[in-house]
Ligand binder design. Structure first.
Ligand SMILES: *Cc1c(COP(=O)(O)O)cnc(C)c1O
Length: 367
């Protein structure tokens, strides 16, 4: 079976974990600090705060940016639920804006239509590993005095106009979950250039305890700490991520070249661009393809190729958010793409033969 993702663990990670085990310091300590320092350097930001998931990173960052009751936060309906659940947890209102058809990311023009006097922040997502349109999103934010939290959970290492993910907006959130481009099983990290945001994230991570006065709690926080065991894995992965991403891009290029002329299949464009780090390689199965997306997926899985549908239901149509009052037809592009997307394996451990096999299998589909 060719998996849709596969952890890429070498001797370096194993050695690093063993060192932490032998050190006796298993919870958050010096290795976590080292990860924060190196990760901030990698992104070109002043600060980073490591936490125990990408969801925790989004939650802490939005808290640190002051998002709370009565505020509106504009975001995309075409993402993983964890982009928006922290907005709800903080008591703020989720306001969706539709995505662009070309890159699956939030459309800056749609953001502008959704701004009211209660809007406080925008949460764009770098979906599948491709950066959102930050030139225009930052222009909308500065014109309207809004904060930006970049959900870069799928996009570590992507570069847009010379800037890396992690450096867009006021803060960025990353995930180290097992399927992400840097992974340690579970984990996350926030990057920012703002001292205040950095400090508030650290406070929120550790029960709301004041940084100045131990034992004093000005507000309630969570236990969102990570452990040095996991940080040691992420630290080794960080050293390798540029090579991982180079391999992902190369695989994406080969897949695109092999699939682009098939009638009814649309492949992601500009595959050599550093804007995209291909956490997922997502094609669109259009109406004029030989069969439906679901039948193609079942066929590929029968042939030993694991595929994924990210995401089959846009968030505005999820039962959990019924109370937001959205209905079918509200975000036509997100709804259309949700019916067309199919993600194929693209991870760095694929061989040239695996890629050839994926291409041949799709080309050979017969009704
Ligand atoms: C993975 C992911 C998250 C959440 O990260 P976890 O580490 O699983 O909590 C949030 N947003 C996006 C877009 C993701 O892909």
């Amino acid at each position: 079976m060719i998996q849709i993702s596969k952890p890429n663990i070498g001797q370096e990670e194993i050695r690093a974990v063993n060192q932490v085990l032998a050190s006796g310091m298993l919870s958050q300590g010096v290795v976590t600090e080292e990860l924060e320092k190196k990760f901030a350097e990698y992104c070109g930001t002043k600060y980073a705060v490591a936490v125990n998931s990408g969801t925790a990173a989004i939650h802490a960052a939005l808290f640190a940016m002051g998002i709370g009751k009565g505020d509106e936060v504009v975001t995309t309906p075409f993402t993983f639920i964890a982009t928006i659940s922290p907005i709800v947890m903080l008591g703020a209102k989720v306001v969706f804006a539709d995505i662009g058809e070309n890159d699956f990311n939030i459309d800056p023009k749609e953001i502008e239509k959704k701004i009211t006097n209660k809007t406080k922040a925008i949460v764009p997502v770098d979906l599948y590993g491709k950066t959102a349109d930050y030139e225009n999103i930052e222009a909308v934010a500065s014109k309207n005095n809004l904060k930006i939290l970049e959900d870069a959970c799928q996009a570590v290492g992507a570069v847009r106009s010379g800037r890396k993910t992690g450096s867009f907006g006021n803060a960025s959130a990353f995930s180290f979950y097992a399927t992400k481009n840097i992974m340690c099983g579970e984990g996350g990290i926030i990057t920012t250039n703002e001292k205040e945001t950095y400090e508030q994230c650290r406070v929120f991570r550790h029960h709301g305890e004041s940084l100045q006065k131990k034992g004093e709690y000005k507000n309630i926080g969570y236990n969102y700490r990570t452990t040095d065991l996991l940080a040691s894995i992420a630290l080794e992965q960080l050293k390798k991520v540029d090579e991982f991403n180079r391999k992902r891009r190369e695989n994406a290029f080969l897949l695109s070249e092999g699939l682009k002329d098939i009638k009814g299949i649309s492949v992601p464009g500009v595959t050599s661009s550093p804007e995209h780090v291909y956490n997922l390689f997502t094609i669109r199965v259009l109406e004029d393809f030989k069969t439906t997306r679901e039948k193609l997926r079942d066929f590929l899985e029968e042939k030993g190729i694991k595929c994924g549908i990210y995401y089959s239901t846009p968030l505005h149509l999820q039962p959990a958010f019924k109370n937001l009052g959205y209905k079918k037809g509200d975000f036509p592009i997100a709804e259309k793409l949700a019916n067309e997307v199919l993600s194929l394996p693209v991870h760095p451990l694929l061989s040239k033969n695996d890629i050839k096999y994926i291409i041949q299998t799709i080309r050979g589909y017969e009704k």
